[in-house]
Structures are given as structure tokens and as C-alpha cells.
Design a protein around this ligand. Structure first.
Ligand code: SLL
Length: 217
């Protein structure tokens, strides 16, 4: 039975990974320079279709049939082309969820990042993908059931391996880096505060001296 009742105070987050990989075409028959795949999946490569109704990838108008829709996994488009452009990935949730679709904006990247003095090995894929989380607040009871169904294994792997670069271990390392940075920022902040205080004290002395000189003359 569909109640559509929302669960007060409940927030559920689902990790996702999206973006593209691209490789240069070494033998070219057309003006196409690269083969690429844009995708949406779980960070562990796992299936996320149990809470998704449909995924649409909106490609540049220069592509034939540029709105590609998928009712099931894998949610990905592989194409060849010649240019970079923004891809809109629109995620639709099951009707019983009452959720509006979510759009992700991704810049298709074909070319390696600029690294002065370093050349990119021929045929090495360019990766441009991201970790993100879909947050559902106060889901309907029906959607809650779907969201909490066993996803088949951990949602985020413990350790990174191969193409699965987003791991709990990486998250811990990133948190440590952020903590170190925060301590450095606080340290710098205190240092500058001290400098301002010293400068203000010097300024006060100088002002007093000027006032004394002015009244003496
Ligand atoms: C650019 N503003 O000029 C971008 C547009 C469009 C890329 C890039 C089409 C492939 C085909 C294709 O690769 N379009 O002909 O099927 O770089």
C-alpha cells in the first residue's frame, strides 16, 4: 500500500561515483580524436539501481540522439568524439519516493591535466570522476524500504584498488590532511593577530610621540 508518508527526522545518504574516462584514438578514420565513457555507479562499482528509476545523460547537440536514457544499469554512455563539453546527468527516483530528479553537471574531460615538463604516455586513459553523496531527508516509508535494502557489500571499500580510488582509508587520510591544514591555519591566524597587536602598540607610541612633539612646538 502506498502511504507516501514521510519519516520525520530520518536522513539517508547514498554514496555515488560519477564522471568520465577517456582515451586518445591512436588510429583515426574521422575527425574523432577520443573514445570516452561517462558513468554513474556506486563508488565500489556496485549496483545502485535498487533506489533509482531512470538515468538520463544529456550530451552536446552535435551527438545524434543526444539525450540518452537508461532504465537500468549500467548507467553509462560510451562514445567517440572530438571535443569537451558539459554533460548533465539527471537521476530520477521511483515514483513512490516522491523525490524530484537530481541533476549532476560534469565537464567531459578528454585531455590530461597540464604538467609542465611531463608528457602523458600515449594511450594512457584520462580519469575525471568524483565521489559524491545523494542525501534523502525524510524519505517516504516506501522509499526508505528501497534505500535500506541490502546493497550487496559495503558501499565504500575499505581500501582503494585499481579504478576504485574512493575508500574509507582515503577518507581517513583526507580528514587527517584537513585537520593538519586547520591547525596550520589557526597557527598562522594567531601569529598574524600577534603581529597586529605589536604593530598597534607601536602605532600608539608613535601617535603619543607625535602629539608630544606637536604640543612642544
Ligand atoms: C568544443 N564546445 O567546441 C565544445 C563542443 C562538442 C563535441 C564539443 C561530436 C562527435 C560527433 C563531438 O565530439 N562533439 O560528431 O558525433 O570543443
Amino acid at each position: 500500500m502506498k502511504s507516501g508518508k514521510r519519516m520525520k527526522g530520518v536522513v539517508i545518504s547514498k554514496p555515488i561515483m560519477y564522471g568520465n574516462i577517456a582515451t586518445e584514438l591512436l588510429s583515426r578514420k574521422t575527425d574523432h580524436t577520443h573514445k570516452w565513457t561517462v558513468f554513474l555507479r556506486g563508488p565500489n562499482g556496485q549496483d545502485i539501481s535498487y533506489f533509482i528509476h531512470k538515468v538520463e545523460f544529456k550530451l552536446h547537440e552535435t551527438f545524434v540522439n543526444n539525450n540518452r536514457a537508461f532504465k537500468g544499469p549500467p548507467y553509462e554512455v560510451t562514445e567517440t568524439g572530438w571535443g569537451e563539453f558539459e554533460i548533465i546527468t539527471k537521476i530520477y527516483f521511483p515514483p513512490a519516493s516522491g523525490e524530484k530528479p537530481i541533476s549532476l553537471y560534469h565537464m567531459l574531460k578528454l585531455y590530461p591535466p597540464d604538467a609542465p615538463g611531463q608528457s602523458w604516455p600515449k594511450g594512457k586513459p584520462v580519469n575525471n570522476f568524483f565521489y559524491d553523496e545523494l542525501i534523502f531527508s525524510e524519505p517516504t516509508e516506501e522509499f526508505f524500504e528501497m534505500l535500506t535494502k541490502d546493497a550487496g557489500g559495503p558501499e565504500i571499500p575499505l581500501k582503494a584498488s585499481g579504478n576504485q580510488v574512493f575508500s574509507l582509508e582515503a577518507e581517513v587520510a583526507e580528514c587527517k590532511r584537513l585537520e593538519t591544514a586547520a591547525v596550520q591555519v589557526t597557527g598562522k591566524h594567531d601569529e598574524y593577530k600577534d603581529r597586529v597587536r605589536t604593530a598597534e602598540a607601536e602605532l600608539a607610541i608613535l601617535r603619543r610621540d607625535i602629539a608630544a612633539l606637536e604640543s612642544a612646538s
